[in-house]
Design a protein around this ligand. Structure first.
Ligand code: FES
Ligand SMILES: [Fe+2]
Length: 333
């Protein structure tokens, strides 16, 4: 007997802070991003804080990223309705003297800026406040001043679960990355890892891979004392078919050397690109619904642990985001 396949599971994602853009890319000109199947518009008000507002105007659905930011408020490009940072409509130029009806208001999402990234919590509200969202747990290296970090990014046509598994998979390194990071790795491996709650830590040579459920991963070299490096990635489900990856290649040396950031960014992007075609090729698109539906060997221990954690999420009462809703709303099952 096979477990019943639930089609909609591939459209269910954990409620968590997800990175949607680099901080440096967001100023007073609105830009559009997609998170969990919903479009949102980001803009920075003159005081410096960033808002994430539902992308389409409640009036006639015009794309607000074509609008403009005036005095810290977003003005729709079509009939110039104006929205404050809570998504409330505060001006309808066609009827300046009429009260603004409740249906003219839209909604925003909580936003925070950490490690040079803008993170959105997919819990639509009418206030944009971060009060309802949990703290974003960052790896300490990302905010440690001894490092500088070179950014890199990619978008893959793959389900979040397959992307996550690719970064805790050690056996593929000497094969897929034989021209880069896997040059010295042996194909035969003895896997050593620890898993506890939201954390999976895998030894890989001198490196330690640390995955934190659901969206972050870091590689560090624990024995390094000088010339330290790390490599960090965070994963963002754009929808069930696409995942954005934001990476930071950190180093504690040559911080001001011109061109060094570019070298680190390019190398990390190259390594990431080596995985892309393979991860995009995987079927079924998300990981299967039950452990026995793919073949596991001892080297797959960390991924098996990830699957158990994912199934726990799918079947438990943690907050979930379903892609088919009209807006991103966390719910309990
Ligand atoms: S569509 Fe936005 S104001 Fe009319
Ligand atoms: Fe890889």
């Amino acid at each position: 007997m096979f477990d019943k396949v639930r089609e909609s599971d591939q459209k269910v994602f954990p409620a968590a802070w997800y990175a949607v853009a680099w901080s440096k890319d967001v100023d007073t000109s609105p830009i559009k991003r997609r998170l969990l199947g919903k479009d949102l518009v980001l803009y920075r008000n003159p005081a410096g804080s960033v808002s994430a507002i539902h992308a389409y105007c409640p009036h006639r659905g015009a794309d607000l990223s074509l609008g403009s930011c005036r005095d810290g408020q977003l003005v729709c490009p079509y009939h110039a309705w104006r929205f404050d940072t809570d998504g409330r409509c505060i001006e309808i130029p066609a009827h300046p003297n009429r009260p603004i009806p409740a249906f003219a208001h839209t909604f925003t999402y909580p936003v925070t800026e950490r490690a040079g990234l803008l993170w959105v919590y997919p819990q639509a509200n009418d206030k944009g406040s971060t009060a309802a969202a949990p703290d974003l747990q960052m790896f300490p290296e990302l905010e440690d001043q001894q490092y500088t970090a070179a950014p890199y990014a990619a978008i893959w046509r793959a389900h979040l679960t397959r992307v996550i598994e690719s970064v805790i998979d050690v056996a593929h390194v000497p094969i897929v990355h034989r021209a880069t990071i896997g040059k010295k790795s042996k194909e035969e491996i003895q896997i050593t890892f620890e898993a506890d709650g939201d954390h999976i830590q895998v030894k890989n040579g001198s490196g330690l891979l640390h995955y934190q459920f659901p969206q972050q991963w870091i590689l560090t070299i624990p024995d390094q004392t000088r010339n330290k490096i790390y490599n960090y990635v965070t994963f963002t489900p754009i929808d069930e078919n696409k995942t954005a990856i934001f990476g930071l290649a950190g180093r504690s040396f040559a911080k001001a050397v011109p061109g060094m950031n570019r070298i680190f960014s390019r190398y990390s992007a190259k390594v990431l690109e080596e995985d892309r075609a393979l991860v995009e090729s995987q079927h079924p698109r998300p990981i299967p619904e039950a452990l026995r539906m793919e073949a596991h060997v001892p080297a797959d221990g960390p991924q098996v642990r990830f699957r158990q954690r994912w199934y726990e999420f799918l079947t438990g009462d943690e907050q979930k985001i379903r892609l088919d809703g009209l807006r991103c709303d966390a719910e309990h099952q």
